[in-house]
Ligand binder design. Structure first.
Ligand code: NDP
Length: 315
């Protein structure tokens, strides 16, 4: 079994991973970055990114990620493709096994594996990906100004997204499968008091239709019951807000996670309970999940790694 020793290993290639690589590279840590399942991360699945500071005209998601990757490479980050299959974070140097069987022994580890938005599993979600289907209102809401959109979900995220979208769109349907919202009281009130939002309780979205993009959603009310009703609603955008799954499973025996799987860090730092192991970006962020907040936490993680190595006399 091939083993390689490194000082700083970064797992993940979204804004958190690449920003950590830029900072770690400039600090002479010779970082090695494994890109993971989706090189470039979630932004490679979006079209225009208009809220990343520094791009007054906006930038395409894949282009932004390509720029971040090149910037990290410029400072010597060693970019590789590969997926982590096992970890041993019991004691330093930490052992991380990749899918080609190689074991990386590292003094510091930055986990930036992101989170994956959950989808309903409809074929139409794939068919209309980037053409009216989105899992991020903050990213894509702007394109639906004065239009009609639907949000699926009844939790805090769905309510937040519905309220956010109501500030832009003409009308927002909130499609909730149960007869009640799961969200916190304050979010429920905000939704119920917003005249632009119509909550469709006990509704399931079962399909989408449209020529060159989403033009409507097929709904079922009280699915499977005697008084089941099926009808269509005309919409321009379909937003999923049924939860995210943080990609933390492979690190779970060692780092602490919350009940959903988000890695728990110390206060506003990226420190996990394992010294020298840091978590940055969406894998440790149930609240903001923005490219810029992920980038910021990647920066913090690299600075922490540099200080950790320096304190141990390893650089
Ligand atoms: P949640 O798991 O809380 O809610 C998911 C929602 O999606 C539920 O209403 C659930 O329905 C619904 N859902 C799940 N699967 C399906 C499906 N297949 N079809 C239809 N509906 C489905 O996720 P959130 O992302 O909303 O929140 C995650 C955590 O983050 C929570 O703890 C939340 O409180 C927190 N959060 C806090 C915020 C804040 O404090 N400002 C903002 C955002 C999130 P059902 O209820 O029927 O299971």
């Amino acid at each position: 079994m091939e083993t390689e020793k490194v000082k700083c290993l970064i797992i993940g290639s979204g804004p958190a991973g690449y920003t950590a690589a830029i900072y770690a590279g400039r600090a002479n840590l010779s970082p090695v970055l494994y890109a993971g399942l989706q090189p470039g991360g979630q932004l490679t699945t979006t079209t225009d990114v208009e809220n990343f500071p520094g791009y007054p005209q906006g930038i395409a998601g894949p282009e932004l990620m390509e720029d971040l990757r090149k910037q990290a490479e410029r400072f010597g980050a060693d970019m590789r493709n590969g997926i982590v299959t096992a970890t041993d974070l019991g004691q330093a140097p930490y052992k991380v096994t990749m899918d080609d069987g190689k074991v990386i022994e590292t003094e510091t580890l930055i986990i930036a594996t992101g989170a994956t938005a959950k989808y309903l599993g409809l074929d139409d979600e794939k068919k209309y990906a980037g053409m009216g289907v989105s899992a991020c209102a903050t990213c894509d809401g702007f394109f639906y100004r004065k239009k009609v959109v639907a949000v699926v979900g009844g939790g805090d995220t769905a309510c937040e997204e519905a309220v956010y979208l109501a500030g832009l769109a003409r009308k927002v349907y909130l499609i909730v499968r149960k007869p009640y919202l799961r969200a916190s009281q304050i979010m429920q009130e905000r939704v119920m008091n917003n005249e632009k939002i119509e909550v469709l309780f006990e509704h399931n979205a079962v399909g989408l239709f449209g020529e060159d993009g989403v033009e409507g959603v097929h709904l079922v009310k009280r699915m499977g019951q005697a008084d089941e009703e099926r009808y269509d609603v005309v919409i321009d955008g379909f937003f999923l807000a049924i939860g995210h799954k943080p990609n933390s499973d492979v690190f779970k025996p060692w780092v602490e996670t919350d009940e959903v799987g988000y890695i728990v860090t110390e206060g506003s730092t990226p420190r996990t309970r394992v010294p020298g192991v840091f978590a940055a970006g969406d894998v440790a962020d149930p609240h903001y999940r923005q490219a810029i907040t992920a980038a910021a936490s990647g920066c913090k993680a690299a600075i922490e790694a540099e200080r950790f190595l320096s304190a141990k006399g390893l650089i």
